[in-house]
Design a protein around this ligand. Structure first.
Ligand code: DGT
Ligand code: CA
Ligand code: CA
Ligand code: ZN
Length: 571
């Protein structure tokens, strides 16, 4: 259903017209038509086909023609014209919370403000307080809103979004009248970063729940509030949208707001091909106009003739085609993880003792854990000299004698030096059960150098896993300039695993590369890289990446039993 899209473009036009201080009636007409279309139960495409656009409240001849043009060509010439005539910076000001088109027009008209920087400067120089209906407080509010807007354009890590959602869900569960509540959007799809948080709920008293939501102690600003939805800001920059939906539409609404948009677009097309119009409200059979409602998303996918698609796969990257063929992967799950092969102890830069790590791993139900401390060239991270490693090996053997129900493995995270050589002699690596090799220095090498360097490490008979293979840190550091295809080819031919490092700002390999690695036949180790026993739990984020990368249990090295692991490792 294109209703939302059509409404959005009409809203856009209303705002752009207002920025130009166009005729009031024209502006009002666009806004009214947009609202009416947004609230329609019927598909605008169907209404248009029947030639009944003008029966929609607020839609006159001129707007009907534009809607028809949009549905036919995907564009509206008049909209494009408005965009051309409006300075880009001015249109951006519409994104600033609290600044409406009318005010922006005045700022432009009186002070010549054309963009964000000029607005900020005018507020700092106290030019704004001299305008009608403005004052010192308006200047402060504008500056605060700009500050927030600048931060808001950054996405937050999934690991930061999850606790917020948990807190809100817990809070709202205590409100009378709330029935079901569930996160949707990119968070439910397990994306590494989240733009805003979407929550859906059903409730017998939606007003009460909305009221409670905007009054939660963590709420810093209320962006909008209606009878069934509201948006707020928490933790300075994080937007949370809550929607209360009808119980009978829960399945279709959850499907819609889980996204991704690309997945939804394709699914709707498929529904149309099969004679249905899919909306967040229902699945409508076009032949007789009959609405089908779903309590569960599963039923919706099944009626369209396909397997249920788990949220992590919904990116339009082949999942719909696979679901039709019944060939979706059986995704790896957190409970399939039998151990962790990359954690740091107090022997290098970690904070836990070997015993503490072993106990925490046992608590998680693991069979084994490899303590993989750094090698000497990582001086700042307390890398172990050869003799220290030998002593650590003895300490691990001693603990294994005394501890029950978990096996400590001798690991190392050996540094791959700038020339591709490893930071320990082969005789030392030989004594380790699990060797993770990673790049930490000279990360800016040219593609040929760094690719060759990784391949040299992969070809070493002792190297079992390449740690954080791309080196990226979300929001901070780009990946190495590495030819990942070549690396994966070499890993496949030598039986070397690639890591999904689960540290929330690494998640490296990422979902896309993890999927490619699987296609190359490369095994993946999902590791925590914990530097503290409490961090072993971050593995859940790595598992999400693995699921988004279509990985199954059999693709994951540390889903093997200890026995299986030993027979897989290189020696
Ligand atoms: P985010 O917030 O940027 O991390 O990504 P999402 O996927 O959470 O996106 P968001 O919050 O804008 O919208 C939530 C879901 O609502 C999205 O995944 C799919 C659905 N949705 C939003 N806008 C549209 C749209 O224009 N068309 C369609 N088909 N679906 C949409
Ligand atoms: Ca979202
Ligand atoms: Ca949203
Ligand atoms: Zn490392």
């Amino acid at each position: 259903m294109k209703n939302r899209e059509v409404a959005k473009i009409l809203y856009d036009m209303a705002e752009l017209l207002e920025l130009k201080a166009e005729n009031r009636f024209k502006i009002i007409a666009y806004g009214r038509a947009a609202r009416a279309i947004e609230g329609l139960k019927e598909d605008i495409v169907v209404i248009c086909r029947k030639g009944q656009l003008e029966s929609v409240p607020g839609v006159g001849k001129a707007i009907a023609q534009k809607i028809e043009e949009y549905l036919r060509t995907g564009k509206i010439q008049a909209h494009q014209g408005l965009l051309r005539e409006t300075p880009a910076g001015l249109a951006e000001l519409l994104q600033i919370p609290g600044l409406g088109p009318k005010t922006i027009y005045m700022l432009h008209d009186r002070l010549g403000i054309k963009d964000l920087d000029e607005l900020e400067k005018a507020a700092l120089d106290h030019h704004i307080r001299r305008l009608p209906r403005m004052g010192a407080a308006s200047e402060r509010n504008i500056l605060r809103a700009i500050e927030r807007y600048k931060k808001r354009s950054t996405r937050i890590l999934l690991s930061n979004a999850e606790p917020i959602v948990e807190e809100i869900v817990e809070y709202l569960k205590g409100i009378e009248g709330l029935e079901h509540i569930t996160p949707a959007g990119s968070l439910r799809r397990g994306k590494e970063t989240v733009g805003d948080i979407d929550i859906l709920a059903t409730a017998s008293k939606s007003d009460e729940v909305i009221k409670a939501f905007i009054r939660m102690p963590i709420v810093e600003e209320v962006l909008s509030k209606g009878s069934t939805k509201a948006s707020v800001i928490v933790q300075e920059t994080v937007q949370v949208d809550l929607r209360i939906v009808e119980h009978k539409s829960y399945g279709t609404v959850l499907q819609y707001f889980t996204g991704s948009k690309e997945h939804n677009v394709k699914l709707r097309q498929i529904a149309l091909d099969r004679g249905y119009s899919l909306s967040e409200y229902s699945l409508k059979r076009l032949s007789d106009g009959q609405d089908h409602f779903f309590d569960w998303e599963e039923d919706l996918y099944h009626i369209l003739g396909m397997q249920y698609i788990p949220p992590e796969l919904r990116e339009d990257s082949g999942e719909i085609e696979a679901a039709f063929l019944g060939r979706l992967p059986e995704l790896v799950d957190l409970k399939d993880i039998r151990g962790d092969l990359h954690v740091h102890s107090e022997w290098s830069d970690g904070r836990g003792t070997l015993e503490a790590l072993a106990l925490e791993a046992k608590n998680l139900g693991y069979e084994y854990i490899a303590v993989s401390d750094h090698s000497p060239s990582i001086g700042i991270a307390g890398g172990l000299q050869g003799d220290q490693l030998e002593r650590k090996i003895e300490a691990i053997h001693a603990i294994n004698e005394t501890i029950e129900g978990i096996t400590l493995l001798v690991g190392t995270e050996v540094d791959i030096k700038a020339d591709g050589k490893l930071d320990y002699r082969d005789e030392l690596l030989e004594k380790c059960d699990v060797v993770v090799a990673s790049v930490h220095m000279a990360q800016r090498q040219k593609e040929r150098a760094i690719t060759g360097r990784l391949i040299t490490a992969i070809e070493n008979d002792h190297v079992d896993i390449i740690g954080h293979p791309s080196g990226r840190i979300i929001g901070k550091r780009d990946p190495y300039d590495v030819d990942m295809q070549a690396v994966l080819e070499s890993a496949a031919s030598t039986g070397t695993a690639m890591e999904i490092n689960s540290y929330p700002n690494r998640l490296d390999l990422n979902d896309v590369w993890a999927k490619t690695a699987k296609e190359f036949g490369v095994k993946i180790a999902i590791n925590s890289d914990a530097h503290d026993p409490s961090q072993l739990k971050v593995i859940r984020y790595g598992v999400k990446v693995a699921r988004r990368g279509w990985l199954e249990k059999k693709d994951v090295l540390n889903s093997l039993s200890l026995q299986g692991l030993f027979s897989y490792l290189k020696h």
